[in-house]
Write a protein that binds this ligand. Structure first.
Ligand SMILES: C[C@H](CCC(=O)NCCS(=O)(=O)O)[C@H]1CC[C@H]2[C@@H]3[C@H](O)C[C@@H]4C[C@H](O)CC[C@]4(C)[C@H]3C[C@H](O)[C@]12C
Length: 323
């Protein structure tokens, strides 16, 4: 399971995610420079585009991104969508994009959500794997810039895309379910509650947090969606400034602790990494399950080159001994 989040305020714009899985997938921070040649399955070859930064595994010299951001601050993340994601045979007259190239295609063709909306009008997600031994993953995507966020779902009946005012995404069921489901939690509030229970009796809350009773705390996708959307909205209500630290705090509130969530195979799912890209300057911050220290990767100075920059993850805990 995963949770993606976009958070913009007056000072900056942040995009990132938790990646929850029972193992890593060979991920590292990867910068794709401007002259890297993408040979897309739809036929387009593009070796002159904006640079990308994000988390990817590199196979045969190709960056398979889980999420990334381009130099204009447009970002996209892929999240599991099993049982609902359906990819399609090549469609005449459509822009056919394979799922593994969805992120680089969108981020090299578009600079903002207005251009993404236009692109989605003709896009079809093509059922072609990266390689026979690297099958397609069932994904849906969140795409965001400073103006908002979209969700894209390729299903049996074609491509669906939605405006996403809550600017979070998790997993199943489809996105329209989550938009309805949050309506069940409109009573939840960050505030210290008054006594609407028996106003004629002298009753007061015994501590903080009672405005939030009913907010889910489990790891299911619907619960993480509600919790992350609430935390995001509460953050923005408190201040018109956002920070990388606060962003990681929100992600931590929906993170998985090893042992609390077993998958169908009986394996513990855990938050393999959490990421936060400052989309205003392309700095990519991350923590891993075993390393709470925030590691940061900046965009290299010379992006007018054609080979990938790969930054292996710093995985061990960094204790700051003070005596
Ligand atoms: C599994 C990851 C999503 C995390 C998640 O949602 N977990 C499952 C929870 S749940 O039970 O469905 O609720 C997804 C997100 C991005 C995916 C990767 C990216 O799409 C890039 C490539 C794409 C290739 O086709 C497959 C390997 C791969 C490297 C993918 C492996 C895996 O499917 C990733 C890492």
């Amino acid at each position: 399971m995963c949770t993606a989040l976009a958070l913009c305020a007056s000072n900056t714009c942040l995009f990132g995610r938790n990646l929850d899985l029972d193992a890593g997938f060979g991920q590292q921070v990867v910068v794709t420079p401007r002259k890297f040649s993408f040979e897309f399955r739809g036929g387009l070859v593009n070796a002159d585009h904006e640079a990308l930064i994000g988390m990817a595994t590199v196979i045969n010299g190709y960056p398979l991104y889980a999420e990334a951001t381009n130099e204009s601050g447009l970002s996209a993340a892929g999240l599991n969508f099993p049982g609902n994601a359906v990819y399609h045979p090549r469609k005449e007259g459509a822009t056919n994009v394979a799922p593994f190239e969805f992120i680089p295609y969108v981020l090299t063709q578009c600079q903002n959500l207005a251009q993404v909306r236009e692109l989605l009008g003709s896009l079809s997600v093509l059922d072609e794997p990266f390689a026979p031994q690297v099958p397609n993953s069932p994904l849906h995507w969140m795409i965001a810039d400073k103006s908002g966020a979209l969700v894209v779902e390729s299903m049996a009946d074609g491509l669906h895309w939605f405006e996403n005012p809550l600017q979070v995404l998790t997993n199943n069921p489809p996105f329209d379910f989550h938009l309805e489901n949050v309506k069940l939690y409109l009573n939840v509030s960050p505030s210290w509650p008054g006594n609407s229970f028996a106003p004629d009796v002298d009753l007061a809350p015994v501590g903080v947090g009672f405005g939030g009773r009913g907010l889910p705390g489990d790891s299911s996708p619907a619960s993480r969606f509600v919790k992350a959307a609430f935390e995001r909205s509460a953050t923005l209500a408190l201040s018109d400034q956002v920070s990388v630290s606060q962003f990681f705090r929100i992600l931590e509130s929906v993170a998985m602790v090893k042992g609390d969530t077993l998958n169908q195979a009986g394996q513990p799912e855990f938050t393999v990494y959490s990421s936060c890209c400052d989309t205003s300057d392309g700095t990519y911050y991350y923590t891993t399950y075993g390393n709470h220290q925030i590691t940061a990767v900046r965009l290299p100075e010379d992006l007018e080159v054609d080979s990938l920059f790969e930054f292996p993850l710093v995985e061990g805990e960094q204790f700051n001994f003070v005596n």
